[in-house]
Ligand binder design. Sequence first.
Ligand SMILES: CC(C)(COP(=O)(O)OP(=O)(O)OC[C@H]1O[C@@H](n2cnc3c(N)ncnc32)[C@H](O)[C@@H]1OP(=O)(O)O)[C@@H](O)C(=O)NCCC(=O)NCCS
Length: 148
Amino acid sequence: MIEVSRVQVEETYPLRAKVLRNGGPPEAARLAGDDLPEVATYAARDADGRLIGCVGLFPEACPDLPEHPGKGWRIRGMATEDGWRGKGVGAQVLEAALEHVAERGGGLVWCNARTPARRFYERAGFEVIGEPWDDPEIGPHVRMWRRA
Ligand SMILES: CC(C)(COP(=O)(O)OP(=O)(O)OC[C@H]1O[C@@H](n2cnc3c(N)ncnc32)[C@H](O)[C@@H]1OP(=O)(O)O)[C@@H](O)C(=O)NCCC(=O)NCCS
């Protein structure tokens, strides 16, 4: 049994740091804009209340679709605890983020996806836009988007 809810962004720093910052300190997981009022963070907890999955939503237009009608929302800090991957935690957390957007009038949701996560986003209805690129620190990425 897992539960997904909106949380304070700071609660997700340990998980973000572990999964996305190579086990760095929680402060390493802070993202520019985390404290903006419109930014929303959702997280999944296991039956013991441990935070096992998270995602952040940031108001930001998609660089490849600047003319797209509707508000742009960028997904960042998407992570699932190692032992919980492949069990639908990420899908549920992402779904909560998409509902958040839908409840606020909908729009366009996008992310710079790490290549290994591409299929995960495709299953959630995202499609690739533009050319893939290599982030020297993190590795290959591809931009993905969908309507919400
Ligand atoms: C990508 C990620 C958030 C998906 O979360 P999740 O809870 O495993 O997602 P789900 O269980 O809903 O879906 C699993 C899908 O994720 C993808 N996936 C990517 N990396 C995976 C991994 N290490 N283990 C399992 N699935 C992984 C697979 O496509 C899988 O699809 P499949 O079941 O058809 O094989 C998670 O694997 C993760 O934290 N990965 C490392 C960090 C990362 O890449 N974050 C995304 C940055 S853009």
